[in-house]
Design a protein around this ligand. Structure first.
Ligand SMILES: Cc1ncc(C[n+]2csc(CCOP(=O)(O)OP(=O)(O)O)c2C)c(N)n1
Length: 378
């Protein structure tokens, strides 16, 4: 067995002190260490955890992600279309429930057989974590080499690898009396391009704009390319989790997340995590066209959803209905002055700019440029 604290301190010395994930009993002791002695963000979903960790990496951290192997399935989309595509590394720990030959619950049987194959298929390098601390130190160095090459590395963790680490008291954090502004007049339904132009017009050197998958990122690129912009491709629904990880690790920067209704609905559990950790430097703007516009305009169910009520109930400090571009402008200005995790909800018209191009810059170039922008003292 590994001395969990010694292992954690070893990782800490190599810069790994930001953890996120969803618990598994095999990893309980390492998670307890992370909660007790490091920064730990409890995610609602393993895919969200990957995105939170990726945001933290953009912000300059070396993140660690913990998950049960059943949750590796939840993490597939961002691992293959975010981390691979943008060359975003992280250190992962995945438990091996259902290890062949060892009795376990029936739901782990198949995943136990395919965990390492799944990692191979996703081109994620991995190793079984040794329970000998001398070997473990070598393994950590090997993992760091992969990470330095901008690739994720996963340790597959068998039962009984970590020594007991007692969970200390966990701080409770409850948001009380969130401020809500609900719909009070007709929506003017601007175009997405107009909304993005308004948002972009308020961007300064201290601000990052994270644009969701599909035409939002493509249109933002056409409004104006900027070193502080991140155009998401793939990993639909992960943009606000990236925002959370980034906002927590760069608390002096303004992080503006620009979301779509289809994307937000895809991973709505992330709202609970955002609200709980409530980074005051994050502004979450939803441009709701009631459609999957990027894939041909198929309707979403957003017309049935009270996003203002939901985000307020999840712990966002302010949830504000925005009826037109003027209100969008003034609400962003007000947020810049007052801060607090804020959700702005704007209904927009469906449709996009004609002859919309795709960013000429490659995803990993966007990432490298953004990391430089964030980590230079401008
Ligand atoms: C996991 C996943 N499923 C489906 C897609 C295909 N896809 C790309 S953009 C998009 C629609 C996004 O809808 P929304 O967030 O409302 O933004 P809009 O296109 O309306 O601007 C879809 C379905 C994807 N990229 N990833």
């Amino acid at each position: 067995m590994i001395d969990t604290k010694q292992f954690g301190e070893e990782l800490k010395q190599s810069g790994f002190s930001f953890y996120t994930g969803v618990p598994c009993s095999f990893l309980k002791n390492l998670i307890n260490y992370a909660i007790n002695d490091c920064e730990y963000v409890g995610a609602t979903n393993e895919g969200d955890a990957i995105a939170i960790a990726s945001g933290a990496y953009l912000g300059g951290k070396y993140p660690v992600v913990l998950m049960q192997n059943s949750g590796l399935a939840n993490a597939v989309s961002p691992l293959v279309s975010l981390n691979y595509t943008f060359r975003i590394p992280l250190l992962g720990f995945v438990s091996l429930r259902g290890e062949p030959g060892i009795p376990d619950e029936p739901q782990h049987e198949l995943m136990g057989q395919i965990t390492t194959q799944l990692l191979d298929l996703m081109e994620v390098s991995w190793a079984y974590l040794s329970s000998d601390i001398t070997k473990v130190k070598e393994q950590i160095q090997k993992a760091i080499e992969h990470i330095k090459r901008d690739r994720p590395f996963f340790f597959v963790v068998k039962k009984g690898t970590f020594q007991e680490e007692i969970l200390q008291n966990q701080a409770l954090k409850l948001t009380t009396h969130p401020f809500k502004r609900i719909k009070s007049t007709a929506d003017e339904l601007p175009k997405r391009y107009e909304a993005l132009s308004t948002i972009h017009s308020l961007k300064d050197n201290n601000t990052v704009h994270l644009a969701t998958t599909g035409k939002t990122g493509r249109e933002l690129y056409e409004v104006e390319d900027d070193a502080g912009n991140f155009y998401m491709v793939g990993s639909m629904g992960c943009i606000s989790s990236i925002g959370l990880g980034l906002a927590l690790s760069q608390n002096h920067k303004d992080i503006v997340v620009i979301d779509g209704d289809g994307s937000l609905l895809m991973r709505m559990g992330s709202l609970a995590t955002n609200g709980y950790y409530s980074p005051p430097n994050m502004l979450h703007i939803l441009l709701d066209n009631n459609a999957h516009d990027s894939t041909g305009g198929q309707k979403t169910v957003s017309d049935n959803i009270d996003f203002i009520g939901i985000t307020a109930a999840c712990g966002y400090t302010k949830s504000l209905y925005v009826h037109n571009l003027e209100q969008l402008h003034s609400s962003i200005m007000a947020w810049k002055a007052e801060k607090g995790l804020t959700f702005l909800y704007l209904k927009i018209a469906p449709g996009s700019k004609k002859d919309l191009a795709r960013p000429h810059i490659k995803p990993y170039e966007v990432k490298n440029r953004l990391r430089k922008f964030l980590n230079s003292d401008s």
